[in-house]
Design a binder for this molecule. Structure first.
Ligand code: NDP
Length: 287
């Protein structure tokens, strides 16, 4: 997209490795143009181990802030002058604001997920949740659900130790580690109000596929199904959930809303999240 640059234009970017595939520049530059804000949002490859060097460079180069993806989210935590409660809770930073030489770390992933959930009419309070996965995305989803008063969140992961480690981080004690085998998933699904896939299974470009999605048939009819994956727009899991009559949503809402909340922090501007998500979503639609 074309971005008008002025001498006063302030710089933002996303760092990561790999990062050149990132949709963040498209999302943020579209929002900035729509809001008439004098910023530009770039894409900056930064290899693992270079997080601290990048932070120094960004301050010197006058960046207003940046987003971070793999492999920098955890590495940023000890480098921050201040952390928002969610970044502290998750032990991961996805948004850094640079103000007067200070770096303030935020994490907007959990908030983005929560807002996407609300759009689908799902409130977490008291809900029984089956969460598939225990990686970075799962951590924000699980801890946000617990913080919002979910009844119980079963964290079902292939590697049991990672599920146990994630659950041990929950101050409210609502997260319960569980297995990833078909029998366990089927048993837990019978009691679930909400199922969230936060594994990479089903992701385009080699994320692997679920061998058996039969556990979805055990969900009560009113249970909602979320997939944090947004590419493809409809994973096999979502297709089967929809065919079973469930409310089913992909990860696009989470992606867009976490970006809106990040931009609010970068610019100090309150943004109409729903209107902005509506504006940006068509740009991300698959051909
Ligand atoms: P991580 O690498 O941190 O975690 C991957 C998870 O997937 C782990 O729980 C891993 O289990 C599980 N997994 C991977 N392969 C298999 C397999 N063959 N069988 C069973 N489980 C498997 O990745 P992220 O959490 O960062 O990302 C996960 C997905 O979420 C990606 O598709 C990413 O694009 C998406 N995402 C979406 C966001 C959004 O805004 N919508 C935000 C962030 C991520 P194990 O621990 O056993 O390895």
């Amino acid at each position: 997209m074309l971005v008008e640059l002025k001498n006063t234009t302030r710089k933002l970017c996303v760092i990561g490795d790999p990062v050149l595939h990132s949709k963040s520049p498209l999302i943020h530059n579209t929002m900035l143009a729509a809001l008439g804000l004098d910023y530009v949002y770039l894409c900056q490859p930064v290899p693992a181990g270079e997080t601290a060097a990048w932070l120094t460079a960004a301050k010197q180069a006058g960046y207003a802030g940046f987003n971070a993806t793999m492999p920098h989210k955890e590495a940023l935590v000890p480098l921050m002058d201040d952390l928002d409660p969610d970044a502290r809770l998750y032990g991961a930073v996805n948004t850094v604001c640079l103000r007067e030489g200070r770096a303030i770390g935020y994490n907007t992933d959990g908030l983005g997920f929560l807002r996407a959930l609300a759009d689908a009419g799902v409130r977490p309070e008291g809900k029984q949740v089956v969460l598939l996965g225990a990686g970075g995305a799962a951590k924000a989803v699980a801890l946000k659900l617990s913080q919002q008063g979910a009844g119980r969140v079963w964290v079902c992961n292939r590697t049991a130790e990672k599920a146990e480690a994630l659950c041990a981080q929950d101050p409210a004690g609502r997260l319960v580690p569980a297995g990833f085998d078909p029998d366990t998933l089927r048993r837990l699904c019978r009691e679930a109000d909400l199922l969230v896939n936060s594994t990479s299974l089903g992701m385009a470009g080699g994320g692997g596929q679920f061998g058996d999605l039969g556990f979805l048939d055990a969900l009560p009819p009113e249970a909602a199904v979320f997939d944090v994956i947004y590419h493809p727009a409809e994973t096999a899991l979502l297709a089967r959930a929809r065919a079973g009559g469930h409310t089913a949503r992909n990860g696009l809402g989470m992606l867009l809303y976490q970006a809106v909340y990040a931009l609010e922090r970068f610019t100090g501007t309150a943004i109409d999240a729903a209107a902005m998500a509506e504006k940006v979503a068509p740009l991300l639609a698959e051909p």
